[in-house]
Design a protein around this ligand. Structure first.
Ligand code: ATP
Ligand code: MG
Length: 262
């Protein structure tokens, strides 16, 4: 049975997409079967996995409107295959922004993705969902089908404030729609240990959230930022870079957590 994780944080530009595609590649690298779901109309995770969002014949939009199944809409990427870290991709593009409006009248609209993923459950070890920077109907669809939420965050002062809103949303979804849901962990990203404030916030996070803070830390690393322009995750673009290695470590930490608490 696949473990389904949302990568979510309503704050923009905190590293959600970078985390999703690199964790997907890292998990593939250590032998896991992975489906990456792009739930953001920006389509960055799609492009960052080597799939041209403008050329998608079917996408997550069709799946949410129930005009296609996941099996019909998922694609693979030659670039990922060449890099030896292949995962399946359920892509997104601007069309997805319309889904929000089109689903308004539909009953149980927040369960659309959950129902669709049930059909491919046996084919994957992990499903990773890249959420948009909002707590919208799209994010809600992600949260409704997930076993857990991975929250990437930068160790800055305002990061802690935003976390309260996210924690409350997750509590509400858990109480009303998805009893399974929990924060699996906070992932410290774009970390620079030379900056004292980042170290302080990192310590505060550990004091507050204990083992909900992942041991793995993702450093600020330019190779991770360069990779999307080549249409691959950093793990494929430059496997020996510090950023890529940190994501492969994180993938191993995730696998170990799942094995410890299935
Ligand atoms: P959005 O909210 O728009 O979806 P996001 O949370 O998905 O954004 P990303 O797109 O992953 O954030 O990252 C924002 C920017 O920071 C990108 O330019 C990305 O390349 C860069 N970036 C992310 N992680 C790192 C890192 N560890 N080191 C250096 N640059 C990074
Ligand atoms: Mg993103």
């Amino acid at each position: 049975m696949a473990k389904i994780f949302c990568v979510a944080n309503q704050k923009g530009g905190v590293g959600k997409t970078t985390t999703t595609v690199n964790l997907a590649a890292g998990l593939a690298k250590v032998g896991q079967r992975v489906l990456m779901v792009d739930l953001d109309p920006q389509g960055n995770a799609t492009m960052g996995s080597g799939v041209d969002k403008r050329k998608l014949e079917l996408s997550i939009y069709d799946v949410l409107l129930e005009s296609a199944s996941v099996a019909e809409a998922r694609v693979q990427s030659d670039k990922l295959k060449e890099g030896g870290c292949s995962y399946d991709i359920l892509g997104a593009n601007r069309e997805l922004a319309g889904a929000e409006v089109e689903l308004v009248e539909v009953e149980r609209r927040e369960k659309r993705l959950k129902n669709a993923l049930a059909a491919v459950d046996a084919e994957y070890d992990f499903v990773l969902i890249d959420c948009p920077p909002s707590l919208s109907m799209l994010t809600l669809n992600g949260l409704c089908c997930a076993h857990g939420v991975i929250v990437p965050m930068q160790c800055e002062y305002f990061a802690l404030e935003g976390l309260t809103d996210l924690v409350n949303t997750i509590k509400q979804v858990k109480a009303n729609l998805n009893d399974d849901l929990q924060i699996i962990g906070l992932l410290r990203v774009m970390f620079d240990p030379r900056i004292t404030l980042q170290q302080q916030v990192s310590e505060q996070l550990k004091a507050h959230f204990g083992d909900k803070v992942f041991n793995s830390v993702i450093p600020r690393n330019v190779r991770l930022a360069e990779a999307p322009s080549y249409g691959v995750p950093g793990v494929v673009f430059d496997p020996s870079s510090k950023g890529a290695q940190a994501f492969v470590n994180f993938a191993q930490e995730m696998v170990a957590r799942i094995q410890a608490a299935p």
